[in-house]
Design a binder for this molecule. Structure first.
Ligand code: 4AD
Ligand code: MG
Length: 460
C-alpha cells in the first residue's frame, strides 16, 4: 500500500500496512507522532503511536529521522489541518535504525549543492523526491505521446562507429589494456587489434540509426542515454544525458516544427495533470514562474523566426552582448536567452541556420547558404531541442560530406539509403534533462538526474 493512495483514497477504520522512512518525530506525554515517507508523494503520512503499543519506550527511542519501518494499523480521521487521514499504529517493525548524530539529512533545509555530495540519500528530500516523480511522469508522457501517434520506439546502439554531430565530443570505447596499447609503424594506436577491429565510441545521438529505421517504419523515436565529452562545466551540460529523437519519413521542416510544439505541449499538460502537488511545490519553493510557464506553453503557439531574422533582432536590440553578433555566428547562450526570455517571453523556434555551423546531414536550402535546421530556445534554458530536415538527395549529401572532410566510406550505409527509395524526412532531439529543468524551474542540470556525470565527477 503506497502512502499516496492512502492519502488520496484511505477511509477511516480501514486497516492498512505501510513501509517507509521516518521523516520527523514529535514526542508528547501520552503519545508520539511520526511522519513517514515512502517516496510516493510529497505529503507524508502521519502515524500516531500510543503508550499501549508493545515495548513503546524502546520503539520510540529507535524511531529517529531516517529509520526504516513497517506500520500496521487503522486509519482515523485527522483533526489536524491540511490532512484528512492519519494512521493509528498497532504493530511496528523496525528494519533499520538511523543514527541521528551523523545522518546527513537534518531537519533544516539543505542546499542543492550540499545534496549533490550525498546523492545516495538526496532522494529522501522533498525537492529531489518531487524532481524524480516529475521526471518519471515526463518519461511516461513521452512514450504515451508517440505511442498514441503510432510511432515505433526503436533501440539504437550505445556503442557506435560514427560521429553523428561531428563535434569531436566522443568518448572512445576500447578493451585495450591501457598499459599495453598496440601501435602501428607510425606509433599511432592500432585499432585493428581492438575489440571491434576499428575505432568505436559511445553514441552522441541515435539520429543516424533512427533515420535507418524511419526508412522502413515511417515514424520512429528513440529514448535513450547519449554521451558527450563536453568539457564545459555549465548548469546545462552533462557528459551523460538522455535524449528523445523522433524521426519521420515523408516530413519536412514545417512538419518537424509542428510535431515538436505539439509534443512539448502534451508533456507539460500530462505533468500538470499527473503531478499537481509536485508542480505546486516547485512553484512555491524553487521558482515562482513554474506554473505560469506551464500554462504559457500549453496555451500559446511558440514564436517562429528564421536565423537571419534572429540576427537582425539581436543586432537591432539595445543590448551589448559579450559575444558580438553578425550573420554566420553560432548563437551563444546569451543570445538565445535574450530571444526566448526577453524578446518573445516564450519558446521560439529558430530555423534555417548557416550551413557552416551545422552538421553534415541537414538539408541544403535553395540559397545554398543555409540548411533546413530548427532549434527551439526556451526561457531560462536556451536550446532545448535541435532538429532538421535531412538531406535526402544523394549527390548533394555526398558533396556535403566531402566538404566537411568526412570520409564517405564511413557513411556508405547512410548514403545507400539515398539510393534505394529515398524520401524527404525530418526529426529532432530533445534533451530530456533540459526538459525536466524547464518543467521544474530547477537551475542546475545536476539536480534533475539521479546520478549526474560531469567532468571530474563520476561517483558510484
Ligand atoms: O542539438 P543536438 O546536438 O542535436 C542532435 O544531437 C541531433 N542529432 C538531434 C536530432 O536531430 N535527432 O542535441 C539535441 C538536444 C539539445 O537541444 C539539448 O537539449 C540536448 O540535446 N543536449 C544536451 N543536454 C545535456 N547535456 C549536454 N551535454 C547536451 N548536449 C545536447
Ligand atoms: Mg544543437
Amino acid at each position: 500500500n503506497r502512502i499516496i493512495n492512502i492519502l488520496r483514497q484511505g477511509k477511516p477504520e480501514e486497516k492498512v500496512k505501510i513501509q517507509g522512512w521516518v521523516r520527523t518525530k514529535r514526542e508528547l506525554k501520552e503519545f508520539t507522532f511520526i511522519e513517514v515517507s515512502d517516496g510516493s508523494s510529497l505529503a507524508n503520512l502521519q502515524v500516531i503511536l500510543n503508550q499501549d503499543l508493545p515495548d513503546y519506550n524502546n520503539v520510540i527511542k529507535k524511531l529517529s529521522t531516517g529509520a526504516s519501518l513497517a506500520v500496521e494499523g487503522v486509519l482515523v480521521e485527522s483533526p489536524a489541518k491540511g490532512q484528512k487521514i492519519e494512521l493509528h499504529a498497532q504493530t511496528i517493525t523496525i528494519y533499520g535504525e538511523c543514527d541521528g548524530k551523523d545522518y546527513p539529512l537534518q531537519k533544516k533545509r539543505h542546499s542543492l549543492e550540499f545534496l549533490r555530495t550525498i546523492a545516495h540519500l538526496r532522494g529522501r528530500t522533498n525537492t529531489l523526491g518531487a524532481v524524480m516523480r516529475v521526471r518519471n511522469a515526463c518519461a511516461q508522457a513521452v512514450h504515451q505521446f508517440f505511442q498514441e501517434k503510432g510511432f515505433l520506439w526503436v533501440h539504437t546502439p550505445i556503442i557506435t562507429a560514427s560521429d553523428c554531430e561531428g563535434a569531436g565530443e566522443l568518448f572512445t570505447v576500447t578493451n585495450f589494456n591501457l598499459d599495453n596499447i598496440p601501435r602501428n609503424d607510425q606509433g599511432k594506436t592500432d585499432y585493428t587489434e581492438d575489440f571491434f577491429g576499428k575505432k568505436a565510441y559511445l553514441t552522441v545521438s541515435g539520429q543516424l540509426e533512427a533515420e535507418i529505421m524511419a526508412m522502413s517504419f515511417e515514424n520512429v523515436y528513440t529514448f535513450g542515454p547519449t554521451f558527450r565529452a563536453e568539457n564545459s562545466n555549465t548548469s546545462r551540460h552533462l557528459a551523460e544525458f538522455w535524449m528523445i529523437e523522433p524521426e519521420m519519413a515523408f516530413c519536412d521542416l514545417e512538419g518537424d516544427q509542428n510535431l515538436a510544439q505539439e509534443f512539448l505541449k502534451y508533456v507539460f499538460k500530462y505533468v500538470l495533470d499527473h503531478c499537481p502537488e509536485d508542480m505546486e511545490f516547485f512553484n512555491l519553493r524553487i521558482n515562482n514562474t513554474v506554473l505560469a510557464n506551464a500554462e504559457n506553453i500549453i496555451n500559446n503557439e511558440f514564436a517562429r523566426i528564421t536565423y537571419t531574422e534572429a540576427i537582425n533582432l539581436l543586432e537591432k536590440c539595445d543590448r551589448t552582448f559579450q559575444f558580438p553578433v553578425e550573420w554566420g555566428i553560432d548563437l551563444q547562450s546569451e543570445h538565445e536567452r535574450y530571444l526566448a526570455e526577453e524578446y518573445f517571453k516564450k519558446p521560439v523556434i529558430v530555423t534555417n541556420y548557416p550551413k557552416d555551423i551545422k552538421a553534415f546531414y541537414m538539408r541544403l536550402n535553395e540559397d545554398q547558404k543555409t540548411v533546413a535546421a530548427m532549434d527551439i530556445l526556451a526561457p531560462n534554458i536556451g536550446e532545448i531541442i535541435g532538429g532538421s530536415q535531412r538531406e535526402e538527395r544523394y549527390d548533394i549529401l555526398e558533396s556535403r560530406i566531402k566538404e566537411m572532410n568526412i570520409d564517405p566510406q564511413e557513411l556508405w550505409w547512410y548514403l545507400d539509403l539515398r539510393r534505394y527509395g529515398t524520401v524527404p524526412h525530418a526529426g529532432f532531439g530533445l534533451g530530456f534533462e533540459r526538459l525536466v529543468q524547464f518543467m521544474t524551474g530547477i537551475d542546475n542540470i545536476r539536480d534533475v538526474i539521479p546520478f549526474p556525470r560531469t567532468p571530474m565527477n563520476a561517483e558510484f
